[in-house]
Design a protein around this ligand. Structure first.
Ligand code: FAD
Ligand code: DLZ
Ligand code: SF4
Length: 512
């Protein structure tokens, strides 16, 4: 039995399940750059360039090792434009009895693949997606019957299951979570190490030219392209993070600084999510540094939690709640995404910074995505469908399994609290505390009302007021609602009027 083994653009791993048990001589590996995947949303130019280059390098390494690889590039004469059409084409060209795939990361593709056996007329075997530490069934078993699905408790189960940072069932250092030590703003004299930068080789240069030419109407620019595109380079990113950033990762995890897009974050989501790095090797490398005394526990535990907590949880959550998650809109948010999410043309310096950096790098770090871009989307009541589309296309690490729970559930509270115990809403003072953005803003973060006032301030109370009936049942909102109840009526009224004026301007695309 000869098999066609389809490797998707985000499955670039030698140990990916669809390559396991491969017969090098008999089986064929199919990889294809196809229009349907490259344009189902208008991905950032750097995201396409990154994936196409990483795909080409991965295919080359397989070929060099003697695998039978059919690689169909974007302008290949035989390119059929979609994964299914390309598989049909491959089956017509070669004598193959079976198609083997790994469970894809997006529901739309999974749904389509479930129909392939009928349309292709051969056995299609779908293997577990093994780019994660625990299988989907681990999440499903944990979630079943629970009223609340809080990440923290899932994370502890994964810690116990894997034994990472656990000694005889007890957490390393006595606590499961050291976040209390991880909320420092950055001092102004602190240097940030430079981002890892990889020169474009011939493969990458070809891809950059292709993207510039073929996807010129997509968001973003290619000027800052410096991604790792091979496994060795991705490992170099990981090792450089451990050597240069891990020590400070925890302390400055929530900090934001003007013109510092990369901070002390790891920048490995691109590589973890496309298969170039494996979650286990990442955790084990970080733990090795910890046990060698090279990094403090607050940083190491904080980092481990992002990966074996948040990342694993988010993936489990997506598949547990799909397809319903895609249409959730518990707060009935309907406002159109403002034009400035594309142009960065806004007076609000925090948003201007985060959108400009997103456009230039196809990256923003977590707290920018959450507390600036996401917080505004929540407070302004932006339509979840449009916000999801934006996040899915602007970041080079975005696939729906990870993007949608973060957007619909974490930032927009569109699921009504299945993920978060309360909306992540904040006024300008949070942004002021954690960044230097407000110092260079045309608005004043100290003012609560009036033309000069920071819009986050009045939008915050307008949001609380708009949703007070819904939030009243949430015990974590009790204090905030009480505070609003004690506020001066005329002050509140002025803020609601400011919010209305602000929304009127947004509606006619006037600069805000
Ligand atoms: P670090 O800060 O160094 O964190 C280490 C790793 O932890 C990341 O590489 C990532 O794999 C994992 N991680 C941390 N937080 C999360 C999280 N909330 N969900 C899943 N994994 C997490 N991450 C994506 O990979 N793709 C996305 O499309 C994406 N969209 C997001 C949208 C919103 C609204 C928010 C709030 C977060 C989103 N995240 C997404 C999570 C997080 O912002 C990114 O993983 C992180 O910024 C990637 O940069 P890094 O590798 O430097 O991360
Ligand atoms: C994101 C992406 C892009 C831009 N292009 C391709 C492609 O041409 N071929 C391919 O196999 N995969 C691509 N991908 C990744 C897929 O969209 C991804 O596999 C699915 O969204 C499932 O996560
Ligand atoms: Fe953002 Fe308000 Fe600060 Fe300006 S003052 S940077 S709008 S939080």
């Amino acid at each position: 039995m000869a098999a066609l083994r389809l490797v998707l653009g985000d499955q670039l791993s030698r140990s990916i399940s669809c390559l396991q048990g491969i017969d090098k001589k008999r089986d064929i590996v199919l990889m294809a750059e196809v229009k349907s995947e490259a344009t189902y949303v208008k991905h950032h130019k750097q995201k396409i360039a990154f994936l196409f280059s990483a795909m080409r390098h991965f295919a080359k390494s397989l070929k060099d090792d003697g695998f039978n690889v059919l690689y169909i590039d974007y302008h290949h004469d035989d390119n059929r434009g979609s994964l299914e059409a390309q598989v049909i084409w491959a089956l017509e060209q070669h004598d193959l009895d079976e198609v083997i795939v790994t469970h894809p990361g997006e529901y739309r593709l999974w749904q389509a693949m479930c129909e392939w056996e009928k349309s292709l007329g051969v056995t299609v075997s779908m293997q577990e997606d093994n780019r994660f530490l625990v299988p989907q069934s681990f999440f499903d078993d944990w979630a079943k019957g629970k009223k609340q699905l809080r990440m923290e408790f899932f994370y502890r189960e994964v810690r116990k299951h894997t034994g990472y940072l656990v000694n005889d069932g007890e957490p390393e250092g006595g606590k499961w979570n050291y976040d209390a030590q991880n909320r420092e703003p950055m001092p102004s004299d602190k240097d940030v190490p430079a981002r890892s930068h990889y020169e474009a080789d011939k493969i990458t240069q070809d891809v950059l030219a292709l993207v510039e030419d073929t996807f010129d109407d997509h968001f973003g620019n290619l000027d800052n392209f410096a991604f790792a595109v091979t496994r060795n380079q991705a490992l170099d990113v990981l090792n450089t993070f451990i050597d240069e950033r891990l020590e400070n990762f925890g302390r400055y995890q929530d900090a934001m600084v003007m013109n510092q897009p990369w901070m002390f974050h790891s920048h490995i989501s691109f590589y973890l999510n496309c298969g170039l790095l494996d979650v286990k090797e990442v955790i084990e490398a970080v733990l090795q540094a910890y046990y060698a005394g090279e990094a403090p526990l607050n940083s190491v535990e904080g980092f481990v939690r992002q990966i074996i907590g948040w990342r694993e949880y988010i993936r489990g959550f997506y598949w547990y709640f799909m397809p319903e998650l895609a249409t959730k809109n518990a707060l009935n948010a309907t406002r159109d995404l403002p034009e400035f999410y594309w142009t960065a043309d806004t007076r609000m310096n925090c948003l201007k910074q985060c959108i400009t950096e997103t456009r230039d790098n196809a990256y923003a770090h977590h707290i920018q995505r959450l507390m600036v871009l996401g917080n505004f989307a929540l407070l302004a009541g932006l339509d979840p469908e449009q916000v999801n589309e934006w996040y899915l296309l602007v970041y080079a690490d975005a696939y729906e399994w990870v993007e949608m729970p973060n957007v619909s559930s974490m930032i927009l509270y569109a699921d009504g609290g299945q993920l978060a115990s309360k909306p992540y809403a904040a006024s300008g003072s949070y942004i002021n505390k954690m960044s230097d953005y407000c110092k260079r803003c045309e608005y004043s973060v100290k003012e609560k009302t009036g033309h000069q006032a920071c819009p986050f301030n009045y939008l915050y109370w307008d949001f609380i007021n708009r949703h007070k009936a819904q939030l009243e049942n949430n015990h974590r909102m009790g204090m905030i609602l009480k505070t609003m109840g004690r506020m001066d009526d005329s002050k509140l009224q002025a803020m609601f009027e400011d919010a209305e004026r602000f929304f009127d301007k947004l509606a006619v695309n006037e600069k805000v």
